[in-house]
Ligand binder design. Structure first.
Ligand code: FAD
Ligand code: MLT
Ligand code: ZN
Length: 545
């Protein structure tokens, strides 16, 4: 019985035989069939080390034809499989539950085409996101998604999870940017939907079914995706805010004043900042660290190209942050001057939240002017206590690094219960506080548990993490669930904003979907995969008789 979803191994599934392994070796070549227990370990375990599968077989097909032959065989033999890309998923969707065969796309890494005029990229499912971004950079484009796991996750996994990431606010969801897909169905049929057209209104848009299906409806073997022109001007700022309400005000101002150039609006709370600084060597708060982008306390350093706009002296107003307009902030990045204005009043109010705000535009002087006006507004209204503007790519990268490594830092601090939630922005952080209060009242002896919040505030997407140094336990889980799911439902949210349902939330789908909707999902699953061989126990699962 699965400890997470209580399912038992599907009774209709066959047991893997030596003759099956021999068949796979003949089909794929010996080196692409892995049975070695040691080599299988990392494929059986998820990124968080929360879910543990028991597969005895890993297959690494190199072509769509091979995927097709493998699935046709597995379907015939009733052998269940789990598709896997980079294995960075956060809901237990990409690892086996029992002994499912792991079908890895990591051998399918060819870039098939790139249309310079339109920005349409076609790539095999196993291409790593970072590698694709590097490729299109050479042509003046960027991938329309970016996430902390970009160095390991694969485009097939991104599409299968409908990954959101750091710039969805600007470039939209994969439901909009995926132009076409090639998918192998459960019976081995190759479904060629690999168009690169921007418009194709020819009846049901079948590719949409597989975007976010988490590998339950078919195996994606290739993806056509619309890339965006690489922005000529990128500006990043790191801000400290006194409250979550201030974060929402900054977001509102960014949406109106930065408008069409706004490309990211992220937030993290003070607990995230602490855990990142504690757990990861060399990572520190840019507002207090002289080595990073430093605009000493209330001063906001001007971005490059802003000469003429930010010429004033460093802010010396010692009583009020709100008295400082951007025109009176330090105009240059000066590491030696890091703590020069630490007497500023802004330090009297400890920042409880931080934000990364970024713009992507085509004209630096125009973007900097807009950014200055935005900063002036949020600081004069008291929504920002302190901040700095990156004056180089290295500074921008280090700001982003803090945001991107929170997941890793939490994992180092303990075993992490992750909740990836959509909520109306106004109530979003109340969930973190509600969970902190609940843990304090239900488990007063467990003061070691760390509850923190961060995420894509611009998209109404909160990441609530509960990090438990002593490891996963039934005791903690029962305090968290179903409390969190009920809270989300009660506030008209969604139990999954971007990570998906996987194994983790298969039993909680009713908190965000009606029974009728789940029935329709189950019918689609049964129609496309009647024997239930692709990624069983995940998302919608009906035990096979
Ligand atoms: P895997 O983990 O291998 O698989 C994920 C799911 O997709 C599984 O259900 C699997 O069966 C299925 N799958 C994989 N490949 C295929 C295929 N070719 N065909 C059919 N099904 C397939 N997610 C976000 O949305 N936004 C973020 O900002 C974000 N940041 C992250 C940061 C870190 C540090 C980490 C570890 C994860 C993050 N994620 C984020 C989670 C996210 O889901 C993944 O990183 C990514 O999209 C999964 O890709 P993958 O190749 O690793 O897929
Ligand atoms: C992120 O936004 O950092 C990712 O979704 C990973 C996480 O939630 O930890
Ligand atoms: Zn995220």
């Amino acid at each position: 019985r699965c400890g997470h979803c209580q399912a038992t191994r599907g009774p209709s599934y066959s047991q893997l035989q030596t003759s099956d392994v021999e068949w796979f070796k003949r089909c794929l070549g010996e080196s692409n069939v892995v049975t070695d227990v040691e080599r299988l370990k990392s494929f059986n375990r998820d990124w968080m080390k929360k879910y543990q599968g028991h597969s005895q077989l890993l297959l690494r097909p190199k072509t769509t034809q091979h995927v097709s032959e493998v699935l046709a065989y597995c379907n015939e033999r009733s052998l269940p499989i789990v598709p896997q890309g980079g294995n960075t998923g956060l809901v237990g969707g990409g690892v086996p539950v029992f002994d499912e065969i792991i079908l890895s796309t990591q051998g399918m890494t060819r870039i098939l085409s790139f249309e310079e005029s339109s920005g349409a990229l076609v790539a095999e499912a196993g291409c790593v996101l970072q590698a694709l971004d590097d490729h299109v950079t050479g042509h003046g484009y960027i991938m329309p998604l970016d996430l902390g796991a970009k160095g390991s996750c694969c485009i097939g996994g991104n599409v299968s999870t409908n990954a959101g990431g750091l710039r969805l606010l600007r470039y939209g969801s994969l439901h909009g940017s995926v132009l076409g897909l090639e998918v192998v169905m459960a019976d081995g049929t190759i479904l060629d939907l690999l168009k690169t057209l921007r418009k194709d209104n020819t009846g049901y848009d079948l590719k949409q079914l597989f975007i976010g299906a988490e590998g339950t409806l078919g195996v994606i073997t290739a993806v056509a995706i619309q890339c965006a022109p690489r922005p000529a001007s990128v500006q990043s700022v790191f801000l400290a805010c006194p409250s979550f309400e201030a974060v929402t005000k900054v977001l509102g101002t960014a949406k109106t004043m930065l408008a069409e150039i706004l490309s990211a609006a992220e937030f993290l709370d003070q607990h995230c900042m602490r855990v990142v600084e504690e757990q990861l060597e060399g990572v520190s708060n840019p507002l207090t660290d002289s080595g990073t982008c430093t605009a000493a306390s209330a001063a906001v350093a001007a971005a490059p190209g802003s000469e003429g706009t930010n010429k004033g002296p460093a802010c010396t107003d010692s009583n009020t942050t709100t008295g400082c307009s951007t025109s009176s902030f330090a105009s240059t990045f000066d590491p030696d001057n890091a703590a020069s204005s630490s007497s500023s009043a802004s330090l009297q109010l400890p920042p409880r939240f931080y934000m990364v705000i970024e713009t992507h535009g085509s004209h630096e002087a125009h973007d900097v002017e807009k950014l200055d006006a935005f900063l002036e507004a949020v600081m004069s209204e008291g929504h920002v206590l302190d901040g700095c503007v990156a004056t180089s790519k290295a500074q921008s990268d280090s700001m982003w690094h803090i945001r991107e490594v929170i997941a890793e830092a939490c994992g180092r601090a303990g075993s992490v219960y992750k909740y990836d939630v959509s909520l109306p922005v106004q109530v979003m952080y109340q969930l973190v506080e509600a969970v902190q209060q609940r843990l304090a009242s239900q488990l007063p002896h467990r003061q070691d548990i760390l509850t923190l919040g961060y995420g894509h505030v611009g998209d109404g997407n909160l990441h609530l993490n509960v990090s438990v140094p002593s490891g996963y336990s039934q005791e903690v889980q029962e305090v968290l669930e179903p409390f969190i799911y009920e809270w989300i439902q009660g506030h008209s949210g969604s139990i999954s904003a971007e990570h998906g349902i996987g194994l983790m939330k298969a039993g909680a789908l009713t908190y965000s979907k009606s029974l009728k909707a789940i029935q329709v999902m189950s019918s689609i699953k049964s129609m496309l995969d009647p024997k239930g061989i692709i990624n069983p126990y995940k998302v919608v699962y009906k035990q096979q008789a």
